[in-house]
Design a protein around this ligand. Sequence first.
Ligand code: HEM
Length: 184
Amino acid sequence: MPPLTVEEKEIVKAWIEVGAPPGPLVVSPQKPPPFTLRRRIVRDLGQFHPPSTHFPIALLIVALPAEFLWVLTRKDSWKTTVRFCVTLGAVTAVITATLGWCDAPFSTYAGASASVLSWHRWLGTATAIWAVLAAALSELSNRWNNPPRLAGYFRLTLVIGAVLVSVAGYLGASLIYGLNHFSW
Ligand code: HEM
């Protein structure tokens, strides 16, 4: 069956709002605002949010084992991998969060899902800001030859970034598959 259109979702939402009465549907839904070109572009861009999410999730998490391997081996190639993952992770996190902001106004999550979206929205935004901070620390640390104290702060930032992106990703996926989608 094809997914519901925006108009059909509005009808279901209006029906739920009047108490989901049984029997024939006698709800006259409010007309959604007309789709101006700007709204349409924002909505179409927002549809790239779900596929874009894979990049920051993977890159910001992979930076952690790469940093661990650098600490273990001191091989420059691992440090280069860390810089690559963190920098690209930050860029893609900002793009992903921006696309999320484009997507969210057109979503029709209600009830518990609305509060999941609210947590997801702010954790996702915090993830993007945090990832930029991690990328800046990575560059600074590299420029100053990785002084131990700065390297320590950078590692802490990496761990917090990996946790943030994981929780934001989990909540995002919960919007689509339900809060229990990870249970086994
Ligand atoms: C780096 C930050 C973010 C990450 C990693 C992320 C991750 C995700 C993930 C994994 C999904 C589920 C996609 C799927 O399984 O198909 C999702 C969905 C969603 N996210 Fe995000 N997100 C981020 C930021 C945001 C922000 C800032 C907002 C809103 C302001 C947002 C709004 C949404 C919405 C509305 C959905 C549901 C999409 C739909 O129903 O088609 N996200 N997100």
